[in-house]
Design a binder for this molecule. Structure first.
Ligand code: ZN
Length: 269
């Protein structure tokens, strides 16, 4: 029996101890989607493998896919994010992004644009200017809105979900399950159909548009108020709950670290 190896660039999404001396990794690649593999001996001190396969690192990996498990046979470091390695608030934000990507991606489902999006975000976050917690929530919300768009859930913010006419200021409601705005005329005309549509502020919708559509660097410049950001965060959370695969039992802005650090249930390896 012969197995051929695969060589690819990857970003490490997560790593957990596995059996006595090994570690189990998940990584995102451009060409093979998410991959899961075992690093033999990676728990031993000073293991060369473990030092390369840190979270956030962009690595070159060579692995062999067997019937029951995938084993990495060679790695080398391609890029390290210096600030993410050391700055706690930025690291938390980056870990949150990895956490969500780990949840929504599947093995062997290649999406090179999604991979590039991850690289762009990690490069963007790898900077040592301070971030307020308000700004961090806004950035994570922006990432999630872009992730939803990438996965096919583009939130409709310009036209009514029902009649397709332009949305006018102060004359709309927000519908999370349908993922967009519905005009006041349609809400009035069909109350039983749109009863779940919520009144939200114009400012919160502006935040949604901005977070999803503007350049990453501009997300740092927009003034934020806690009042509008709270509405923004609730809208994003509704979208996550309704449209991202998985069971989301906590708001996205609190769910992060605790869960990231937990051992995940073991899949088929
Ligand atoms: Zn309408």
């Amino acid at each position: 029996m012969s197995w051929s190896s695969v060589k690819t660039e990857a970003v490490i999404l997560s790593s957990h101890p596995w059996r006595e001396a090994d570690r189990r990794y998940r990584a995102l690649t451009a060409s093979h989607g998410k991959i899961e593999f075992i690093g033999r001996g990676a728990q031993k001190e000073k293991a060369k493998l473990a030092s390369t396969l840190e979270p956030f690192a962009i690595v070159n990996v060579e692995y062999i896919k067997g019937r029951r498990s995938t084993t990495v046979i060679a790695t080398d470091s391609h890029h390290r994010f210096r600030v993410l390695d050391t700055n706690l608030e930025r690291r938390l934000l980056a870990e949150s992004i990895l956490f969500f990507l780990n949840r929504v991606t599947d093995e062997d489902e290649a999406d090179s644009a999604l991979y590039q999006m991850l690289i762009d975000w990690l490069l963007f976050l790898d900077d040592d200017k301070p971030l307020s917690s308000l700004r961090s929530s806004f950035l994570l919300g922006g990432f999630l809105l872009r992730l939803l768009s990438r996965l096919g859930y583009k939130v409709e913010l310009r036209h009514c979900l029902d009649c397709k006419q332009d949305i006018f200021p102060l004359a709309f409601r927000w519908h999370a399950r349908q993922g967009g705005l519905v005009c006041s005329d349609c809400v009035m005309a069909k109350p039983e159909e749109w009863f779940a549509a919520k009144l939200v502020s114009e400012e919160a919708i502006k935040l949604i548009r901005f977070a999803r559509d503007e350049r990453l660097v501009d997300l740092l410049r927009l003034p934020l108020s806690s009042e509008h950001l709270a509405v923004f965060a609730n809208i994003v959370n509704d979208l996550v709950v309704h449209h991202l695969p998985g069971n989301w039992d906590r708001p996205f802005w609190t769910a992060i670290l605790a869960e990231f650090e937990l051992e995940e249930p073991l899949g088929m390896m």
